[in-house]
Design a protein around this ligand. Structure first.
Ligand SMILES: Cc1cc2nc3c(=O)[nH]c(=O)nc-3n(C[C@H](O)[C@H](O)[C@H](O)COP(=O)(O)OP(=O)(O)OC[C@H]3O[C@@H](n4cnc5c(N)ncnc54)[C@H](O)[C@@H]3O)c2cc1C
Length: 395
């Protein structure tokens, strides 16, 4: 039996391992450097099962989000993971957002996502506190705890006889005798192929394995607040702004989580460490790498104004509340309580552009996932199918 080592125990690594073990008759070892599964992006996100309306038609993101929306809901239902398909509103609050709402509606249609344009009065039937001129109602958006999905994947992998190792950081990779050897603190792991799903460190693992990927990971922290318990009633489901097409992220939104809490955020600021959840988390190595990469400076110039605004909002709860009040005017500064932040792994090219689509690269007996930002949690079971196909090609 062929044996595959998967680096990274986030939702993408665990989904890939599950697909290989359950559907492709391959034995797998998952190597995760932390002592728990889903410790980084997967355990610090908005918990939204996206519908797939935002993404460029025909892209991996569009196809895999739309299919992933269905497969994730099914997986959760079949494995006893609480899930709710609550739908969402994308709201235009300014007249200049109305044409962009229309563009979004057309994109949704091109991607096969049911989305209905509604007027403000109808939007308030869904969300009585919302402020908008018009909205898109998307019925298929859902919510789930991706950490709980990972626990279910781990359980199933255990039943399939997979070897699951936490506290197993991959420190080196080399090819030897037609196989792959991975150095970990616990010793060498040998496999017939390697799959790199290391998220914030995926470019580093690729370089350790001998690839020279053009893209580098830039860590963008997303900070959240939570609505105070007695103010949760202000939001019933999910309320998003119309995204600015010139910016890479969706804009701060209000999200009901599966546990009933309401999260507000995330913003986007450059993290000063790959796993920098606070401003005081700084790594000189990570910063030096960012500074040496030509794309960083080009990106900084391109988004200078937005970057400054995001940093100001990071330090000012008043500004954060003001952004949310555009969506729900009743939200006040005193309604917000700081919640845990997340850090996005976003690939950037030397020309300063951010890689929009999911990015995969192959090496000898290697498959690397080099860009899996949102909606990769939604799409994880579909990414897993795609990666498993590539693994079968390289084995
Ligand atoms: C703030 C935020 C909000 C988001 N909201 C959503 C959302 O609502 N819906 C959605 O679909 N997506 C969302 N996303 C995106 C989603 O969370 C990610 O796309 C997804 O979790 C990526 O999973 P992953 O397995 O690739 O990465 P990760 O979860 O980061 O897993 C990578 C793992 O690799 C491990 N690792 C790294 N280096 C090594 C090494 N050398 N050896 C061994 N292990 C290693 C890490 O410890 C980590 O556990 C959000 C992301 C963020 C940050």
């Amino acid at each position: 039996m062929q044996h595959v080592a998967v680096v990274g125990g986030g939702i993408v690594g665990l989904a890939v391992a599950h697909e290989l073990a359950a559907e492709r008759g391959v034995s797998v070892t998952v190597l995760e450097k932390e002592t728990a599964w889903a410790a980084h992006q997967t355990g610090h996100n908005s918990g939204v099962i996206h519908a797939g309306l935002y993404y460029k038609p025909g892209s991996h993101k569009a196809r895999m989000a739309v299919a992933g929306n269905r497969s994730m809901v099914r997986f959760a239902e079949e494995n006893g993971v609480p899930v709710e398909v609550c739908g969402k509103l994308v709201v235009a609050t300014e007249p200049d957002e109305l044409p962009r709402l229309q563009v979004l509606a057309e994109r949704a249609e091109a991607n096969g996502v049911p989305a209905k344009r509604i007027e403000a009065a109808e939007a308030r039937e869904y969300e009585p506190e919302v402020n908008c001129l018009a909205a898109l109602r998307v019925e298929t958006t859902g919510i789930v705890d991706y950490g709980a999905v990972c626990q279910a994947l781990v359980r199933r992998l255990g039943e399939l006889g997979a070897e699951l190792r936490t506290g197993a950081e991959v420190l080196g990779v080399r090819g030897r005798g037609g196989r792959v050897e991975l150095a970990t603190p616990g010793g060498i792991v040998r496999a017939d192929a390697l799959v790199n799903c290391a998220g914030l460190h995926s470019d580093r693992i690729a370089r350790l394995a001998g690839l020279r990927p053009a893209a580098r990971i830039v860590p963008f922290r997303g900070e959240y607040y939570e609505l105070r318990h007695d103010r949760r009633h202000l939001v019933r489901g999910l309320i998003y702004p119309v995204p600015d097409p010139t910016l890479p992220f969706l804009g701060v939104h209000l999200t009901r989580m599966i546990d009933g809490s309401v999260h507000a955020g995330p913003n986007a600021v450059l993290a000063l460490r790959r796993e920098g959840y606070r401003w005081r988390d700084v790594s000189l190595r990570d910063l030096a790498e960012v500074a040496r990469f030509p794309g960083s400076w080009r990106l900084a110039r391109k988004y200078a104004r937005t970057g400054v605004d995001e940093v100001l909002r990071s330090f000012s709860q008043r500004r954060f509340a003001a952004s949310l009040a555009r969506l729900v005017p009743a939200v006040r500064q005193e309604d917000l309580v700081r919640a845990e932040a997340g850090v996005r792994a976003q690939a950037m090219l030397p020309d300063g552009s951010l890689v929009d689509d999911f990015l995969f690269e192959m090496g000898p007996r290697q498959v690397h996932v080099l860009n899996a930002p949102s909606p990769a949690a939604t799409a994880s079971l579909e990414i897993a199918r795609h990666v498993a196909d590539r693994v079968m090609d390289v084995l």
